[in-house]
Design a protein around this ligand. Structure first.
Ligand SMILES: C[S@@+](CC[C@H](N)C(=O)[O-])C[C@H]1O[C@@H](n2cnc3c(N)ncnc32)[C@H](O)[C@@H]1O
Length: 212
């Protein structure tokens, strides 16, 4: 892991137990994202989740696909995710400490890749989109939910985040607009299938498709 990733892992490790206990901030929006994702899932699919956190979403989708590989750079998040998987008896979910660069089997290909509340945390998010495209099988889908801090409603975060980051209270955040994200997805080879913006200061939910 790079030094940046290692620092981020320690940040999320510290937060993991509290993060796992916190209620979903906007339940209705979360449920709609789950439902939109569920519509593209099939029982024979392999799903990869990047930055899975404590595994809640992976467990929601597990009954609707063949296999789930839930990954995160934070060992504490993965420990919690494994506990939840065991408690739920979900035999098709594997949880691993990994980033996009350190996946357990780099040659594995997936039908669906999820990155929820993650892209804006990645040092090189547009390179990440190219890697995700390469990880997908032809016709596969990339599902993301991303804070676009470059958009006007969230611009104030640009000034707050560096202070919070220095104090160790916030993770480092990449600044881009929803339009920049869409352009980068297209440049990586995706077609945008679904673009849902639940509100001005809310994460942009996208389903992007790799050509068959
Ligand atoms: C805001 S949380 C989101 C967790 C979950 N996806 C959700 O929506 O609740 C961000 C997660 O991404 C993980 N993360 C941060 N940087 C990462 C990276 N470079 N690669 C993989 N995971 C990362 C953190 O450990 C954390 O669990």
């Amino acid at each position: 892991m790079s030094r940046d990733t290692d620092r981020a892992a320690r940040f999320w490790d510290r937060l993991a137990e509290r993060y796992a206990l916190r209620p979903v901030p906007d339940e209705a929006t979360y449920q709609r994202k789950l439902a939109l994702t569920r519509e593209i899932l099939r029982p024979d699919m392999a799903l990869l989740e990047l930055g899975c956190g404590s595994g809640t979403t992976a467990l929601h989708h597990a009954p609707h696909v063949a296999s789930v590989l839930a990954t995160d750079i934070s060992p504490q998040m993965i420990a919690i995710a494994r506990r939840k998987v065991a408690a739920q008896g979900a035999t098709n979910v594997r949880c691993e400490v990994a980033s996009l660069e350190t996946l357990p089997d780099p040659d594995a290909r997936f039908d669906v890749v999820l990155a929820l509340n993650l892209l804006h945390l990645l040092p090189d998010w547009s390179e990440a989109l190219r890697r995700i495209h390469a990880l997908l099988r032809p016709g596969g889908a990339f599902v993301s939910s991303t804070m676009c801090v470059g958009d006007s409603a969230l611009r104030y975060l640009r000034w707050i985040v560096p202070i919070g980051e220095t104090l160790g209270l916030l993770p480092s955040l990449r600044v881009f607009t929803a339009d920049e994200l869409l352009a980068a997805l297209r440049a990586a080879g995706f077609e945008i299938e679904h673009d849902w913006r639940p509100g001005p200061a809310k994460a942009v939910f996208l389903i992007a498709r790799k050509a068959r």
